[in-house]
Design a protein around this ligand. Structure first.
Ligand SMILES: Cc1ncc(COP(=O)(O)O)c(C=O)c1O
Length: 387
C-alpha cells in the first residue's frame, strides 16, 4: 500500500512558530506548537475556564474537556480511558508512580534500569532504592551502535526483579528498543515492564497492549502539544495500588486518582488539539517523511563528523548524536545557532549514555521531526560542513 506523502508546506502553514528563518532541529527537547493547539488553549481560558463539578456552564464544559482528554489519551496509547492520567511532565509523574509502586516493594527487591535511559527513568528508581533499600541493576548498551544489550538485560534479571524500566527510544542517540521483547523478558522474570516513551511517541504510534508494557510515560510537548505529562498504567495495577491522594478527590476514573490537585485544563485542551493534529497527518505519512529526511541527513553527513549510534534509519528515530572534530559539542551548537540552526549539545539528561560512550562533554544532537523539510536538512548539512 502506498503512503500518501506528507505535504510539508501545508503542515508548516499550520505553525506560525515556523514562519521564521530558524531551522528547528531541537525537536527531541520539545517541538514547536501548531496554531490550532495554541488556539484551543486560549479558547479554553477565554470561554470555559473553571474548576470541575459545578452546575454552571464553564464548569460543565471543563468536566467534559477532562473526560474527552482522557479518552483521546486512551486512543493515543491504545488502552482504556480509566488507565491514563495527566501530570506536570514525565519526570514528575514517574516520581509519583514509582513512589506509589514502592508501597508494595520490600527491602532487597530489585529494579533493572538501562544505560540507554534518560535520567527521568533512572533517578526515580535510585531515590526509591535509597528509601526502601532496593537494589538497582543497570542493563548495558552496546558501545558499537548504542543499542540496548538484551543479553545483558537478561543477565540482570533475578528472582527478586520487580521492575524492568527501559526507554522505548533514546532521546540521546535515537535507538529504538524492542519493547515487546523487553516486556516479555520482564514478565518471564515476574517483573513489570515500565516504558519511557517520551522520545518514541513523537515518531511512531504507541500501542501499549501490542507492546505488552505495564506502565508507560510520555510528554505531549514533544509531539506538538503543550507542556504536560501523560501516563498509562495497566488497570489491575491501578486497582491494586494505593495512590497518594487527598481524601475528597474522586476515586473514578482509576488513573485520575494519581492526578493530584487541579489539572492544567488549558493544557488538556491543547493536548486534544495536538492529537487531532497528528491524526490529520497520519502516522504512515509522518514516518515515511521522517525516514526520508533521516536518510538524506545520513547520506550527506560531512567527513570530520562522528555519528554515535545506528548508521542507517533501521531501528532508530531521526535523532542523531554527533561529535565534531576540532570543536566541542557546545562550540558546534553555538556556531549552528549563529547560522540560525537550532540543535542541542550536552547529555540532555541521558547521562548514562554519554558515560558509556565516553563522551565527557556530551554530543551535538540533531533531531528531525515531521515538520522539517529537505531544504532544512541540506542547510544543516552545509552548516555542519563548515563548522
Ligand atoms: C526520553 C526522555 N525521557 C524522559 C524525559 C523527561 O521528560 P519531561 O521533561 O516530560 O519530564 C525526556 C525529556 O527530554 C526524554 O527525552
Amino acid at each position: 500500500m502506498s503512503v500518501v506523502a506528507l505535504d510539508v508546506a501545508a503542515v508548516r502553514a499550520r505553525f506560525s512558530a515556523l514562519d521564521r528563518p530558524t531551522a528547528f532541529f531541537d525537536g527531541p527537547g520539545g517541538t514547536q506548537t501548531p496554531d490550532e493547539v495554541i488556539e484551543a488553549m486560549a479558547s479554553y481560558l477565554r470561554e470555559s475556564n473553571a474548576n470541575l463539578g459545578g452546575p454552571f456552564e464553564t464548569s460543565r464544559r471543563s468536566d467534559a474537556l477532562v473526560v474527552s482528554a482522557h479518552h483521546a489519551a486512551a486512543r493515543f496509547l491504545g488502552c482504556g480511558a480509566e488507565e491514563v492520567g495527566f501530570g506536570q511532565n514525565m519526570t514528575t509523574l514517574n516520581f509519583m508512580l514509582t513512589r506509589t509502586l514502592g508501597r508494595e516493594l520490600r527491602a532487597g527487591d530489585e529494579i533493572v534500569v538501562t544505560r540507554l535511559d534518560h535520567d527521568g527513568n533512572i533517578s526515580p528508581w535510585l531515590e526509591l532504592a535509597h528509601d526502601l533499600d532496593l537494589v538497582v541493576r543497570f542493563a548495558d548498551l552496546r558501545e558499537e551502535d548504542a543499542t540496548l544489550d538484551l543479553d545483558d538485560l537478561e543477565r540482570q534479571l533475578t528472582g527478586r526483579t520487580r521492575v524492568v524500566a527501559f526507554p522505548w527510544a533514546s532521546n540521546a542517540v535515537g535507538t529504538i528498543a524492542d519493547a515487546r521483547r523487553v516486556a516479555d523478558l520482564a514478565h518471564q522474570a515476574g517483573a513489570l515492564a515500565w516504558a519511557d516513551a517520551v522520545h518514541y511517541a513523537p515518531h511512531r504510534p504507541v500501542d501499549v497492549r501490542e507492546a505488552g508494557v505495564d506502565v508507560l510515560l510520555c510528554s505531549p510537548y514533544k509531539f506538538c502539544g503543550p507542556h504536560l505529562g501523560l501516563f498509562y498504567a495497566r488497570r489491575e495495577l491501578l486497582e491494586r495500588w494505593r495512590p497518594y491522594k487527598v481524601r475528597p478527590a474522586p476515586d473514578e476514573p482509576l488513573g485520575a486518582r494519581l492526578e493530584t490537585g487541579t489539572l492544567p485544563h488549558e493544557a488538556l485542551a491543547g493536548f486534544l488539539a495536538a492529537v487531532r493534529y497528528l491524526d490529520s497527518l497520519g502516522w504512515d505519512a509522518i514516518m515515511a517523511h521522517e525516514r526520508e529526511l533521516g536518510e538524506r541527513f545520513l547520506a550527506g553527513l560531512p567527513a570530520g563528523l562522528r555519528l554515535h549510534g545506528l548508521p542507517t534509519m533501521e531501528g532508530r528515530t531521526p535523532t542523531f548524536a554527533l561529535s565534531v572534530s576540532g570543536r566541542t559539542p557546545q562550540e558546534a551548537s553555538e556556531r549552528l545557532a549563529e547560522l540560525d540552526v537550532a540543535a542541542w549539545w550536552g547529555d540532555y539528561y541521558a547521562v548514562e549514555v554519554m558515560r558509556r560512550l565516553g563522551l565527557r562533554e556530551g554530543a551535538l544532537r540533531v533531531g528531525i521531526v515531521h515538520y522539517n523539510t529537505a531544504e532544512e536538512v541540506d542547510r544543516l548539512l552545509e552548516a555542519l560542513a563548515v563548522l
